[in-house]
Structures are given as structure tokens and as C-alpha cells.
Design a protein around this ligand. Structure first.
Ligand SMILES: Nc1nc2c(ncn2[C@@H]2O[C@H](COP(=O)(O)OP(=O)(O)O)[C@@H](O)[C@H]2O)c(=O)[nH]1
Ligand SMILES: [Mg+2]
Length: 294
């Protein structure tokens, strides 16, 4: 029987967050760590997130909490500052590059003001950010030799606690990103959530890859880091369950289109858009009318 790309693919390193405790990270790390939170209108969530992260700073898991605000009008910047974070406005970073085009652009500009060797990006709209989001990702970078990029994965229930459909969320991940990787980049087929926004990486690694400006940022970063460092440099960390807002199918459609376009651009650059065989498409029968009758 033909093997699927998934079975063929090499496995990278997968960890459960519980492997890395705050104490272990504090004792073992010799790298500076900045947690960066891109934020747009996050006044209701940013305070508790910053407090949780500053608790980890007390425990010496990280050194800096940096909020990159999108000129939010709801008071995000004030809340973050009051809670103790360093706050920068995205428009003040690398202003010579013109208007900021979404989250990926804000992340790219944030790198210009980070000095730590390790950067951990977390979402600022997480209503229940628990410390293991940071310790899991930072631990993979600081306690596992050779890891330069770590990506989160988690169960995303579509239903309230206790309901059915325990891992039915993350639809663009399941229906676009993962099948595309399995087909086109089978060395990354083991990545459970290619579009997860929670990552930690060496600053230097991130400084060496381009940043897509819109929804393509996560998949672009994963593909480009894999190209420059190989799967050996990549880890994924199980963060258990994560409940966050589910978007409607019509909101997900442009996201899926952007992910596809971001992958297609890389295939074109690699010269792989010429031949359909290389794209791994299944065998197609010729038009029946083209068959010559024997
Ligand atoms: N600085 C900045 N943050 C943004 C921008 N767009 C989104 N964010 C933040 O990035 C994080 C993830 O964005 P979100 O739209 O929630 O993406 P999703 O969770 O993948 O649907 C959240 O903390 C947002 O507030 C932006 O243009 N600039
Ligand atoms: Mg969100």
C-alpha cells in the first residue's frame, strides 16, 4: 500500500509543557528572554497576562515583557504599562518602512527593539493565559540543546467545557495548513498546529527570515526556519487545551487563502510550481474522449 507523506515524514521533537518547570528554566537558562505581546484593542485581557508573565520574571524564567500596541483606543497601552510591561507603539518602530500592515509587521518591527537572545511571542487577547504557555515554549528554547524555534500546539474545543467536539477548532490549521504541509513539505507534517501564534525562537533566527505581514506570518516563519535550520532545530510544545474565540467560516476563508498564497510563493521561489507531479497530486485519468479506440 502506498505510504502517505505523513508516514514518510521524519519526526521532530515534541514536548509536553510539564517537562519544563519554572524552577528548571531559572536554574538552567543562560539566555536572555523577552516575551513579546502584539496587542490590538486588548484592554480587557492585557492586565492579567502581564501580571502572570511578571510573576515568571520574579521566578527568573524571563527578563522582559514587551507589549507592541497597535495604537489601541481602548486603553491597552495604559493598562499594560500600569501592570508593569514595557510598552511600545508599533508605528514608532522602524517608521521609515511606512504604515504597519497587521500583526506580522508588528512582530517584525518588535525585533528591532529586542536585545534578548530568545523571543517568545504570545497573544494579548488570551482570556486565560496560564504560566505554562510561557514556560513550555521558553523551556524548549532554553533547556533543549539545538532548538532554535518552538511552536505551540493545543486542543481547541469548539464546544463549552464538557461538550462534544473536544478538538474541532483550528479549522484552517486542519483543512488548509496541515494537508498542505503533508503534501508539499512532508518534513513538517508532524507539526500539529502550523498556524499557532504562540512561538519562541532565537532572536538571530527570526532576524534571518522574512516576515509575512498578514495571516501568512506563522506559516512563512515555520517554512523559512525549517529551510535555514532543518527540522532538527524545530520543536513543538503541547500546551494542553486552549479556548479562544472561534471565527466564522467567512472570516476564515481569507485566512485560508493567505496561507495558500504564502505557501505558493515559496513553491514558486523553489521552482516547484512547474510540475504537477512534484506537487504530489494523485494520478489523474486523461479525458475519456482522448483515448484512442483499440
Ligand atoms: N500590534 C499589533 N497587534 C495585532 C495586530 N493584529 C492583531 N494583533 C494582536 O495579535 C494577537 C493575535 O491576533 P488575532 O487577531 O487575535 O489572531 P487570531 O487569534 O489568530 O485570530 C492578538 O493579541 C491581537 O491583539 C496588529 O495589527 N498590530
Ligand atoms: Mg486571537
Amino acid at each position: 500500500m502506498a505510504r502517505t507523506p505523513l508516514e514518510r515524514s521524519p519526526q521532530g521533537r515534541t514536548f509536553h509543557h510539564s517537562r519544563f518547570s519554572a524552577e528548571q528554566i531559572a536554574a538552567e537558562r543562560d539566555l536572555g528572554v523577552t516575551v513579546c505581546l502584539p496587542a490590538r484593542e486588548c484592554a480587557t485581557t492585557i492586565g492579567p497576562i502581564v501580571e502572570t508573565l511578571l510573576g515568571l520574571r520574579e521566578q527568573e524564567v524571563l527578563d522582559e515583557v514587551l507589549v507592541v500596541d497597535s495604537n489601541s483606543r481602548d486603553g491597552t497601552a495604559e493598562r499594560a504599562r500600569r501592570a508593569g510591561a514595557t510598552v511600545r507603539q508599533e508605528t514608532e518602530l522602524l517608521p521609515e518602512h511606512g504604515p504597519v500592515i497587521g500583526k506580522g509587521d508588528a512582530m517584525w518591527r518588535a525585533l528591532s527593539v529586542i536585545d534578548s537572545e530568545v523571543v517568545c511571542f504570545l497573544d494579548a487577547d488570551n482570556e486565560d493565559l496560564r504560566p505554562h504557555f510561557a514556560t513550555g515554549l521558553i523551556g524548549a528554547l532554553c533547556c533543549e540543546p539545538g532548538v532554535c524555534f518552538a511552536k505551540a500546539f493545543y486542543r481547541r474545543p469548539l464546544t463549552p467545557p464538557g461538550g462534544e467536539g473536544g478538538d474541532a477548532g483550528g479549522r484552517v490549521n486542519r483543512l488548509m495548513a496541515r494537508p498542505a504541509l503533508a503534501l508539499l513539505y512532508p518534513e513538517l507534517a508532524w507539526i500539529r498546529q502550523p498556524l499557532a501564534g504562540e512561538v519562541a525562537a532565537r532572536l538571530q533566527t527570526l532576524e534571518e527570515v522574512p516576515f509575512a505581514t498578514g495571516y501568512g506570518v506563522e506559516i512563512a516563519m515555520l517554512l523559512d526556519v525549517c529551510r535555514s535550520h532543518g527540522v532538527e532545530g524545530i520543536a513543538q510544545v503541547d500546551l494542553d487545551e486552549h479556548r479562544h474565540r472561534h471565527q466564522t467560516l467567512s472570516e476564515l476563508e481569507p485566512m485560508a487563502a493567505t496561507v495558500l498564497a504564502t505557501i505558493a510563493r515559496r513553491l514558486r521561489d523553489e521552482g516547484r510550481l512547474q510540475s504537477s507531479e512534484e506537487l504530489g497530486a494523485p494520478l489523474e485519468r486523461p479525458p475519456l474522449a482522448s483515448l484512442t479506440v483499440a
